[in-house]
Design a protein around this ligand. Structure first.
Ligand SMILES: [Fe+2]
Ligand SMILES: [Fe+2]
Length: 220
């Protein structure tokens, strides 16, 4: 796939999500997350372990960019993405259903679109992926929450709860924070990606700890 088509797909995705906001990430988060996951996937695809694996990099890139497209259906009239509001199915199954209408404008290869749909549907947590591309996206998606960038999500989350540093503390110490991320290390498919997540998570833990230390004046 040429870069021009990929840029058009990025522009399409940006237009969909730039005015959408969510508790964990604020305005446009879903667009930036999609672009990051795509970049990570393209880099992971270059890892030596995938030499000779015959990955479909076009399907990988587009499915990575659009992997959360199903969430667009859960945006309310105020532009807020309401988590879990996908009409009784997962956002992955929903995404696989609706994504062709966005892709068909730019991609004429029906088989490629079908493969992209399959890969998006395989992002569902209960599904066992049949494609390596699906596993790569799952790892890249997970990785995107392990580093210092995750602070952006924690800060907006606290802000929307009308809280400040105490909101950040509640988030980090609660079920969705530190403990969840530590428990989820075992879910990575590829040890190389897990190692990057571990490195990122150390940074995140350190930076978060420093913030709390400064808040208490513990560094004085
Ligand atoms: Fe997702
Ligand atoms: Fe995601």
């Amino acid at each position: 796939m040429n870069q021009e088509i990929l840029e058009k797909l990025k522009a399409e995705y940006k237009q969909l999500f730039q005015n959408v906001w969510e508790l964990g990430g604020g305005y446009g988060f879903r667009y930036h997350h999609g672009v990051r996951v795509m970049k990570y996937c393209q880099k992971i695809a270059e890892f030596p372990r995938f030499n000779g694996e015959n990955l479909n990099v076009d399907a990988l890139s587009v499915a990575a960019l659009f992997h959360d497209i199903g969430k667009i259906e859960a945006v309310d009239k105020n532009g807020q993405l309401i988590y879990g509001n996908y009409g009784g199915i997962s956002h992955d199954a929903l995404g696989a259903k609706i994504v062709p209408k966005y892709l068909e404008k730019y991609i004429k290869d029906k088989e490629l679109i079908d493969l992209i749909c399959l890969i998006i549907s395989e992002q569902e947590s209960k599904t066992t992926p049949t494609r390596i591309e699906s596993k790569i996206i799952k790892d890249a998606d997970r990785l995107d929450h392990y580093g210092v960038l995750h602070l952006c999500c924690s800060i907006t989350y606290a802000n929307y709860q009308k809280k400040n540093i105490e909101g950040l503390k509640e988030f980090w110490g609660g079920d969705e924070g530190k403990n969840k991320y530590e428990a989820n290390f075992s879910k990575f498919y590829f040890p190389e990606v897990k190692a990057i997540a571990e490195k990122r998570f150390k940074n995140l833990s350190r930076v978060t700890g420093l913030m709390f230390d400064e808040n208490e004046g513990l560094d004085l």
